[in-house]
Design a protein around this ligand. Sequence first.
Ligand SMILES: Nc1nc2c(ncn2[C@@H]2O[C@H](COP(=O)(O)OP(=O)(O)OP(=O)(O)O)[C@@H](O)[C@H]2O)c(=O)[nH]1
Ligand SMILES: Nc1nc2c(ncn2[C@@H]2O[C@H](COP(=O)(O)OP(=O)(O)OP(=O)(O)O)[C@@H](O)[C@H]2O)c(=O)[nH]1
Ligand SMILES: [Mg+2]
Ligand SMILES: [Mg+2]
Lengths: 291, 278
Amino acid sequence: DLIQKLDGAIRAIRNTGKLNEKNIGEALRGIQRALLEADVHFKVVKEFISAVREKAVGTEVTRSVSPGQQVVKVVHDELVRLLGHAHVPIAFSGIPPSVILIVGLQGSGKTTFAAKLGALLRKSGRDPMLVAADIYRPAAIKQLATLGKGINLPVFEKGTLKPVLICKAAVEEARKQGKDTLIVDTAGRLHIDDAMMAELEALKSALHPSEILYVADGMTGQDAVKSAQAFLDRLDFNGIVLTKMDGDSRGGAALSIRAVTGRPIKFISNGEKTDAVEPFHPERMASRILG
Amino acid sequence: LHSKPKLDEELLEELEEILIQSDIGAANALSLIGEMRGRLPADGDLEEASRRILMERIRQLVGEGETGGGMTVTADPHVILVVGVNGTGKTTSIGKLAYRFGRENRKVLLAAADTFRAAAVEQLGEWAVRAKADLIRQSMGADPASVAHDAVEAAMTRGFNVVLVDTAGRLHSKVNLMEELKKIHRVIGRRMPGAPHEVLLVLDATTGQNGLNQARVFQQAVGVTGIILAKLDGTARGGIVVSIRRELGIPVKWVGLGEGLEDLVPFDPGSYVESIFG
Ligand SMILES: Nc1nc2c(ncn2[C@@H]2O[C@H](COP(=O)(O)OP(=O)(O)OP(=O)(O)O)[C@@H](O)[C@H]2O)c(=O)[nH]1
Ligand SMILES: Nc1nc2c(ncn2[C@@H]2O[C@H](COP(=O)(O)OP(=O)(O)OP(=O)(O)O)[C@@H](O)[C@H]2O)c(=O)[nH]1
Ligand SMILES: [Mg+2]
Ligand SMILES: [Mg+2]
């Protein structure tokens, strides 16, 4: 494990009694390697390592822990700090229905998450309706309708009308039925597909969503930064959802996306069933990334 | 006497970043650059030489011994099992393969063996229509091995040339799901000895180092014969395929370049490497 790896590398620290530039160097190289292997973006790793170096240098080496453990503690604490707070809530608007837009790359888990979010919000006392705004993917509407039916959540669909028109009609229907929340499932798209990104911008300006959630696959590698940055630039999304965290990926994308966008990670999806979602815990995420 | 030609720090860093950004992995990046430095000519344009040597080495690593990507149909029916973790592009890739085989005048049968996920069968059904292929399906919740069995059976008796078996996305870390996949594989082989003739692992090009674990576990479970690297039309480069080729010997056979019927091409090592350094 990481602590054992570092203990070997920085035995020299014991002699000086203080963590200094030289003896920390080796330890930090080990941490850098571990973070890259965990899929943290290399630029984020660089900045993270210098922040840790600054915090660690000059720290007294206490007798109760090994130098390796001490450096790891600084790393762990800094990681937790960077990953952000737990339980940042969804934003709702004063006038119902609140609109929540679910966006992200192809296959990241948006449709599944939309249903999960609906179930969560209903549990917390809200009255949500799902909106099938992916008019492109074969059987995408059917997929959301099936998921909604499975947990008794209403799903609004209007065939393959333009997504803005579907959503405007959904708002009308929500007002009629007294639904206070609309969760809009959108088609997966590439951040470099200008027409598709423009479609999302159009949805945003037509619906004034109180919340835009960027859904990212937890096993994403270095590309996590490029796509998240592009979605942020064009949509200024409010929160991040990481999916497929029930796998064995280290999840470095969590740190990358959080560090580069500054937006809070709000939910962790950890399974295929509609109850497999939990609020974000920075401590758990930090331990996972460090491996 | 040998004196190693000096590459400046800035160039080395730039090259290392190109490699790491493509998800080739930190350890690979380091060893590739180390190797490259040992092969630099004594003089000349070092910047050009370093790039060329790196590109050539990576091209060699992913394309060694290949006569080209894609694959040859070797049996009749030729049975292809498509596997991978959730959301990578299996169903869509099957639609694309069905279309390609159809254009080669082969009779194609699709097996809807994802009997778990919402609207999975409907999704494949739509692709069958687009690709003009036939479809074998059962009800949702049916035993996927049974669907696969029926499809191979149908292909053998009704003269299909290619069978493409779609399976549910599954995380390699889920033992029970991997057992289910092994059963699908076994049942296919029992109905037609030698089948499946191909087991294609669909990998999302945005996947990081976890892709190696995926390949390893799927390889152990059902023996992967090739990779479909999907979503390469994005900015991700799927560099994990270098490790997969190096450590597991699994070659990339196809590349997904979009969401339409024609967006699948045989893997070409040369253009792949160009796209990393491009
Ligand atoms: N194991 C696991 N699978 C998940 C999770 N979230 C989603 N999935 C699966 O991932 C696959 C893709 O999920 P979708 O909800 O269809 O993804 P999407 O983002 O809507 O896909 P597109 O609409 O095509 O962009 C499906 O097989 C889901 O069941 C998760 O947290 N864990
Ligand atoms: N841009 C792009 N999108 C792709 C490509 N291949 C698949 N997709 C998209 O990725 C998403 C998921 O594709 P699917 O075919 O449903 O993936 P899957 O592996 O069958 O998913 P599960 O069965 O849920 O595990 C869809 O939105 C596809 O259109 C590709 O090569 N490029
Ligand atoms: Mg979807
Ligand atoms: Mg599928």
